[in-house]
Write a protein that binds this ligand. Structure first.
Ligand code: GLV
Ligand code: MN
Ligand code: MN
Length: 409
């Protein structure tokens, strides 16, 4: 059984052409449930059929390609990732994981290898949360975290709903296609950070994924004219928001155990000569210890924001929209991955994932694990995202071996 690197490169190239969301700068803009997402899904399904993997689509648009096992009573082993990207994202985040999952099936087909359990090659809908928040929406839905009607009612920034867009692109499938039981779940992904590259390691064995809080902060001040209003009497929501953003950054830096990011900020009315009465900004917090994230939101941030609110004479509201606990992956799979790397002479290290992944939700219902490969310069969620193919080949080789072991277990 051997993976075919050239086939993987060809498939990744085909999934990242301009017609499928490839950008002139070499990156990707393929938001979930857009026309380019439909094109990428269609191509994925073409390949599933070519590999004789029976496709099914569930009521969240998740696509599963089934490779039958010898015992039809056994639940499937999942191997997959996501085809959607952030705007101005890279060619590897998610996409290489789908290509690697397909490669597992292609290599098994070429070798004529049968497994006891079936394998499902999976594309998860809206992993990124860039169009419909939160991230990992559809894997969360099938693992019981989110209710269907709530998912369908999620809106993008133009007011279009997840449910309508799913139907529009023709990927509203059947509830019966959802997984009922999953024997194990594997995902290959680029690290999206600098650790493997710095250490010169080819393969990352992911300990688990950090906890996440997505918050919305709304700051309310007093609207007034930019010209006649003296500086001393203003209640400027933008200035207060700016101070809060810096306070969050300073807190995260001082603690050293969390990351804090403000990626979106919307002033109302957003006009040059009006002191904005309202500013809304996003706040993304990540950390390995759930109690730390809880305390940061409930105490540390609030006390700093309260002080800023008093000084600026404004009011604010902080709402936690999405919360995922830190998620360790299955030790048995991690140990096996480590042993397989040793046997093959691949340099490997264990590390935590700082980004969210569908595997985090899958870990709620099955033994889940992830394999990382290095990211050049540690840069991801940007158009210059790049990853060394020789390491992707090694990571995929490990995932193939793990898939076969799990599917024969
Ligand atoms: C998804 O990529 C996330 O980590 O936000
Ligand atoms: Mn991803
Ligand atoms: Mn991503």
């Amino acid at each position: 059984m051997q993976i075919n690197l050239e086939r993987m490169q060809r498939r990744l190239a085909a999934l990242t052409t301009p017609a499928l969301g490839g950008t002139p700068a070499g990156g990707m803009t393929r938001l979930a449930l857009t026309d380019t997402d439909r094109e990428a899904r269609d191509l994925f399904i073409t390949w599933l059929r070519e590999e004789r993997l029976e496709p099914r689509v569930d009521d969240f648009g998740n696509i599963y390609g089934r490779r039958a096992g010898t015992d039809p009573t056994l639940p499937p082993v999942f191997v997959g990732s996501h085809l959607d990207t952030v705007p101005g994202g890279g060619r590897f985040d998610g996409i290489v994981g789908v290509v690697a999952a397909l490669e597992v099936a292609s290599a098994l087909n070429e070798a004529g290898t049968q497994t006891r359990h079936p394998l499902d090659i999976v594309n998860w809908t809206n992993e990124e949360g860039a169009r419909f928040t939160p991230a990992m929406l559809a894997s969360g839905a099938v693992t019981g975290v989110f209710a269907r009607e709530w998912v369908y009612a999620r809106t993008d920034r133009h007011g279009l709903t997840f449910g309508d867009e799913l139907a529009r692109i023709g990927y509203l499938g059947e509830e019966a296609a959802r997984p009922s039981a999953i024997a194990a779940s594997l995902e290959l992904h680029i690290e999206q950070g600098p650790i493997l590259e710095a250490g010169g390691e080819s393969v990352g064995i992911v300990e688990g994924v950090v906890g996440i809080r997505w918050c919305t902060v709304t700051v309310c001040g007093q609207s007034a004219h930019a010209g006649p209003t003296p500086m001393a009497v203003r209640h400027d929501a933008m200035v207060a928001a700016a101070r809060m953003i810096v306070a969050a950054r300073d807190l995260a830096r001082a603690r050293g155990d969390i990351n804090a990011t403000v990626g979106n900020l919307i002033p109302e009315p957003g006009v040059i000569n009006v002191i904005p009465p309202t500013v809304t900004f996003s706040l993304d917090l990540r950390g390995r210890i759930d109690a730390t994230l809880e305390a940061v939101v409930a105490k540390d941030l609030r006390s700093r924001f309260d002080a800023i609110a008093r000084e600026e004479g404004i009011a604010y509201e902080l709402i936690v929209d999405w919360s995922v606990p830190p998620t360790p992956f299955a030790s048995v799979i991690k140990d096996r991955a480590e042993a397989l790397c040793r046997e093959r002479g691949y340099t490997a290290r264990r590390l935590w994932a700082g980004a969210g992944h569908d595997s985090q939700y899958l870990a709620r219902v099955t033994q889940a694990a992830m394999i990382f490969t290095p990211t050049i310069g540690g840069l991801s969620h940007c158009e210059t995202e790049d990853a060394p193919w020789p390491d992707i080949a090694k990571g995929t080789d490990i995932m193939l071996a793990l898939a076969v072991e799990l599917a024969n277990g």
